[in-house]
Design a protein around this ligand. Structure first.
Ligand code: CU
Length: 346
């Protein structure tokens, strides 16, 4: 527990409602992506000499890259990303005039046909669609679709996105080496912030959606009884006998959205992590004290894959989200419905 105890509960009339993308009206979807495009066109607030940021949107990608080795495959993953999504939602609202709440992407609802879904149908009310097909030669150079020892075929897009709201959006951080997470040296690779402006590419992977984004895999996560098994089922391709919905959700987006360092470069990242947060919020609500502040709240070390070996995550452990954001103890951001997290999921 942080020294001054849990944050105050939100007043009932303070709540905003985070809705599923497909449940938003077209105009609400458009309002959201318009605010995202606004962030993509605002100047960075980070030191661009350090991070090579070219926009306010890049700031979020850079902060994620910077934290990658401390916020994945460990006991801080869920809690760090909860506030990361909130900070982004807050930036859309306070810097780009967005009046709605952060939407989420219910993986199972749209798994049947990604490119026909309201998320990715390429219309102006979507998050843009599939990337252009690649030549056989380019396709062979795509990073393999793989999490742990579970592999998936490369899909048929992968090139530039040419429709929808993000048609003019460009990305910059170079692809990372997936083995970097397990590098015994926890320092960021010297190339972590290397930047080369290029088109935003996507490779929507229907194989992953069909075979992994299943109601059965979701129910297994929801029915986990310990935070250790909840995290393992959600996040870990090995050991549970089930592929993880979180990492494979990244792979439904292709290499841009699956790069563990720079994945926020795909704007669908925020809806994907909205779903992760929704699942965790609902899971916590089944046993609110134990799963928020008690014995079933946290599991795992404070370094990714425990490299270097570290203590277990605790409520007093301090978290940071880049130089412009307040550092907070884990215990300050554990509960939805308290403090600044006055939102609920519909
Ligand atoms: Cu992440």
């Amino acid at each position: 527990m942080p020294l001054n105890g849990p944050p105050d509960q939100c007043h009932p009339n303070q709540f905003t409602v985070r809705k599923e993308w497909g449940d938003l009206k077209p105009a609400e979807r458009k309002a959201y992506t318009t605010a995202v495009v606004c962030l993509q066109n605002k100047p960075s607030k980070l030191d661009s000499a350090l991070y090579n940021t070219t926009s306010r949107y890049d700031d979020f990608v850079a902060i994620h890259i910077n934290g990658t080795r401390r916020i994945h495959n460990d006991g801080l993953f869920l809690v760090w990303h909860r506030n990361f999504v909130w900070l982004y939602e807050h930036a859309l609202q306070s810097e780009c005039g967005y009046r709605g709440a952060q939407p989420y992407w219910h993986w199972i609802k749209h798994a049947k046909n990604l490119t026909a879904s309201p998320l990715f149908d390429g219309s102006e009310f979507s998050l843009s669609g599939q990337g252009l097909p690649l030549s056989a030669e380019e396709k062979a150079k795509q990073p393999p679709c793989r999490v742990g020892n579970v592999t998936c075929p490369t899909a048929d897009g992968g090139g530039c996105v040419t429709d929808g709201p993000f048609v003019n959006y460009t990305i910059g951080y170079l692809p990372s080496n997936p083995l970097e997470m397990a590098n015994p040296d926890p320092a960021l690779p010297p190339t972590a912030f290397h930047y080369q402006k290029r088109c935003f590419s996507r490779n929507l992977n229907q194989y992953v959606a069909t075979n992994i984004q299943t109601a059965d895999n979701l129910a297994a996560v929801e029915n986990a009884t310990t935070i250790a098994s909840f995290q393992a089922l959600l996040d870990n391709a090995s050991g549970t006998g089930r592929p993880g919905l979180h990492p494979f959700g990244h792979w439904t987006l292709g290499p841009t959205g699956a790069d563990i360092f720079s994945s926020p470069a795909d704007p669908a990242f925020w809806l994907h992590h909205g779903m992760v947060d929704k699942l965790w919020t609902e899971w916590q609500a089944k046993d609110p004290w134990a799963r928020v502040y008690g014995t079933n709240a946290l599991s795992g070390p404070v370094t990714g894959l425990n490299i270097p070996p570290s203590e277990d995550a605790s409520l007093g452990h301090m978290l940071e989200w880049g130089p412009n954001e307040q550092e907070l103890p884990v215990g300050a951001v554990m509960a939805v419905g308290r403090g600044k997290f006055c939102y609920k999921y519909a």
